[in-house]
Design a protein around this ligand. Structure first.
Ligand code: TYC
Length: 102
């Protein structure tokens, strides 16, 4: 018996157990400067929300300080954070996207 990460492996290398990947929430944070329309666009383009869903999430962030855009395995969540933050900087907005492990 050998162990590879969280996967149990028997002598003949047949996998008998695989753990499910940890999931991460991608979060948008409120600020005083990013236009509401820009946040709605980010939610539509990067998180596949329709206009009503995106508006609801944007208003939740505006009133409560932050909001969940989606939940993904680490690699996908990290890529979205990088892409959203780059898109915000490219458009001269301070909008901050972060990761939170569930
Ligand atoms: N608070 C911003 C404003 O009044 C709007 C905003 C919403 C900014 C959500 C960031 O993640 C955010 N223009």
């Amino acid at each position: 018996m050998s162990k590879l990460g969280s996967a149990e492996v028997v002598e003949d290398d047949v996998l008998t157990e695989l753990s499910t990947p940890s999931m991460y929430q991608v979060v948008l944070n409120n600020d005083d400067y990013t236009p509401m329309d820009f946040v709605v666009e980010v939610l539509e383009v990067f998180f596949n929300k329709n206009e009503q869903q995106a508006t609801d999430i944007m208003l939740t962030i505006h009133h409560q300080g932050k909001g969940i855009c989606g939940t993904y395995p680490f690699d996908i969540a990290e890529t979205k954070v990088i892409q959203v933050n780059q898109f915000s900087r490219d458009n001269q907005h301070p909008l901050l996207c972060t990761l939170e492990k569930i």
